[in-house]
Structure formats: C-alpha cells, structure tokens
Design a protein around this ligand. Structure first.
Ligand code: SF4
Ligand code: SF4
Ligand code: FES
Length: 259
C-alpha cells in the first residue's frame, strides 16, 4: 500500500552544457622505416552540446558523448568514484578528476574545455602514456623494505608514528600533481611530486628500513632539489594531500642525514 503522506521526489534540474574537447588522433601513416621519426599525431578541438542534470559530473558528460554522439572519443576511467585515479584531465585549464567534478560547479555560460594532462605523450584524445610517471614511482621503491629477522607477529607502531605519514598514504597515483608541475613540463626527467609523495610515505614509516636508499635516490640532480616550491602540485591534488609540504619534509630529512 502506498504511503499518501510521502512527498514526491524533486525533479533534478536539467541544463545545456557545451564541451570543447581536445582530440588527438595518432597518424595512420606508416613510419618511413627503421630509425625514421614516428609520424606526428594531429590535434583539433571538437565541440559537443548536451543536456545534462544537476547531479552529473564531467565524466557523465564524456560518457554521453561517447555512448550517444561519437563512439571514437577515447578517455580512461574505471571506478567513477575518485578512487582509481585513472580519469585525471585538464578541465577548464586545471587538473582534476572527471568523476569528482560536478558540472554545476563549473561556469556553464561558456564551453567547458577538456584536454589531456600536460607533460606526458598523448596516445589518443585524453589518454596519455603514463609510463614515465610510473617509472619514476617505481624508482623510489614504494614498498616496505625491512632487514633483519622476520617477525612472527605484526610489525607494531604507535598512533603518533602512524600519524607521521598518514597524509601521503592517501595518494591514488592520478598524476594530477606531477602533470601540473612546471619543472616536470620542462624536464621530463624530474621525478615529480607524486613519486616524492610515495617515497615520503615509506621514508617516515617507523617499520621501514629503506629510508637511506630512497633518500639517496632522491638526492639526485633530477630529485627533490629540482622542486621550486610553487605549490601547483598541492593545489591540483584531488585527495587534498599537502604535496609541497611532504616534499619539503623529504628535503629536510636528506639535509639532516647528509650534514
Ligand atoms: S611545489 Fe615543486 S613539485 Fe610541486 S609543482 Fe611546484 S615545483 Fe613542482
Ligand atoms: S599526490 Fe595527489 S595529485 Fe599526486 S598522484 Fe597522489 S593523489 Fe594524485
Ligand atoms: S574514474 Fe576512478 S578516480 Fe575517477
């Protein structure tokens, strides 16, 4: 039996949204042969106008384009809930996760521009080659390094010891920070803030014995000293991690260790 006292659900307002998406198409020309340069991809802006709703995110609008208007549009996404880090892109000139950006929070009187994140080679449309990013991540050895006899129970630590690196455990490896860093744009060899954040997570873990090795790796000319403390990375992080502060703490730890 229906409850006559129940109020009907409010209709969610709909509105018109224009997306201006940077499309990059890999060249289908064959390479001129071994050792010859790979043919350059071509890029262009495509514009789509859609009707969307108040609870929709930029990811929903991209899905609508792909499923209803142009199935060739290419982008990454997996969880759709801010956890996997795969849908980082430049939205209105700022690095964000498409699944965490509500359309209603953007200026809808103008087209919303959507581009791939900067500083990594574009493979197609919004998909970049993440290999350089993950190579830097792997180089800092982002896993527990423990010497000595293996314990028979958990490796315990106090609440205070755990709190020391709590912020940097939140990283989802989305690359929003590294690809908003002007040093990384100009020098793809720089480790970048995400790798340093993940080194921080282990350097300050009381259970880990690999801090000296990681600090040695980051005390390199492409390591922490390239950071110019411009805070772009902190502003870009969708997890609210104090990225620049973490980098400063690693710098200080290296200085204390070497002096
Ligand atoms: S604070 Fe350092 S790592 Fe972060 S964006 Fe600026 S230069 Fe790059
Ligand atoms: S520190 Fe933040 S912005 Fe950088 S990769 Fe991790 S979650 Fe993404
Ligand atoms: S799709 Fe996983 S974080 Fe956005």
């Amino acid at each position: 039996m229906s409850d006559s006292t129940q109020t009907p659900a409010k209709e969610v307002a709909s509105f018109s949204v224009t997306l201006k998406i940077m499309r990059t198409i890999p060249s289908d020309e064959p390479s001129a042969g071994y050792g010859a340069p790979t043919p350059e991809p071509t890029s262009r802006w495509d514009t789509f106008t859609l009707t969307m709703h108040g609870t929709d995110r930029v990811l929903d609008a991209l899905h609508k384009v792909k499923w209803e208007l142009d199935g060739t549009l290419t982008f990454r996404r997996s969880c759709a809930h801010g956890v996997c880090g795969s849908d980082a892109m430049r939205i209105n000139g700022r690095n964000r996760l498409a699944c965490k950006t509500l359309l209603k929070d953007l200026n809808l009187t103008k087209p919303i521009t959507i581009e791939p994140i900067k500083g990594l080679p574009v493979l197609k449309d919004l998909v970049v080659n993440m290999d350089p990013f993950f190579d830097a991540y792997r180089e800092v050895q982002p896993f527990l390094i423990a010497y000595g006899v293996e314990p028979t129970a958990e490796r315990l630590q106090s609440v205070r010891e755990r709190a020391r690196f709590d912020d940097t455990t939140k990283c989802i490896l989305c690359a929003c920070c590294t690809t908003s860093c002007p040093v990384f744009w100009n020098d793809g060899q720089y480790f970048g803030p995400a790798a340093i954040v993940n080194a921080h997570r282990w350097i300050f873990d009381s259970r880990d014995d690999g801090a000296a090795d990681r600090m040695e790796i980051l005390n390199d000319r492409e390591g922490v000293w390239r950071c110019r403390t411009t805070f772009n990375c902190t502003d870009a992080c969708p997890r609210g991690i104090q990225v620049t502060k973490a980098i400063s703490q690693v710098k200080r730890a290296i200085l204390i260790r070497t002096h």
